[in-house]
Design a protein. Structure first.
Length: 176
């Protein structure tokens, strides 16, 4: 497996709608494996292909890691599609590997049903609630060119991005 380059806001690949995958083949499985490696290396719980510069409808999730950065129960989703949402909504704090070091409260559906292809290209459906529902919605948003910061108020977004730019500038000056 290979750790891939992670793209961060405001890179244009993050705002582009990803293309469906025609077939799950060895190249797609290699990408899934590499995405999982990248996610673990950056202590994430989910990663969508656009975040590694690939505009394909692919994501990986592992929110049951025994410790951050290690395997727990990885899940692979190719061409995921939300086919049902609950009436109930919940608010949770979200972060994103493409918006490093930042978090904000985001409102999401409390439960969703997702149709997708698995690692072997077999059609599957999953009912998800609570944290898994939030993670799936967050990652599927990436496939549609939407970041969690697009789901918060303009004022909160501007404050968050200003803080992110300030931290990035400080990090760069430390490296010089």
């Amino acid at each position: 497996m290979t750790k891939l380059k992670l793209y961060t806001y405001p890179h244009p690949v993050l705002k582009k709608k990803a293309e469906p995958v025609e077939a799950v083949d060895d190249d797609i499985r290699q990408l899934l494996d590499d995405m999982l490696e990248t996610m673990y290396a950056d202590a994430g719980v989910g990663l969508a292909a656009p975040q590694v510069g690939v505009s394909k409808r692919i994501l990986v999730i592992d929110y049951e890691q025994p410790e951050k950065g290690g395997p727990g129960r990885p899940r692979y989703f190719v061409n995921p599609e939300i086919i049902w949402v609950s009436d109930e909504r919940i608010v949770g704090s979200e972060g994103c590997l493409s918006v490093p070091g930042q978090h904000a409260d985001v409102e999401r559906y409390a439960a969703v049903k997702v149709r997708y292809l698995d690692y072997d290209g077999c059609p599957k459906e999953i009912m998800a609630d609570d944290f898994l529902a939030i993670v799936l919605q967050h990652e599927i948003d990436h496939l549609d060119g939407i970041l969690y910061i697009d789901r918060i108020s303009r004022l909160k977004r501007e404050m968050l991005l200003k803080k992110m730019r300030k931290e990035e500038k400080a990090r760069r000056s430390e490296e010089e």
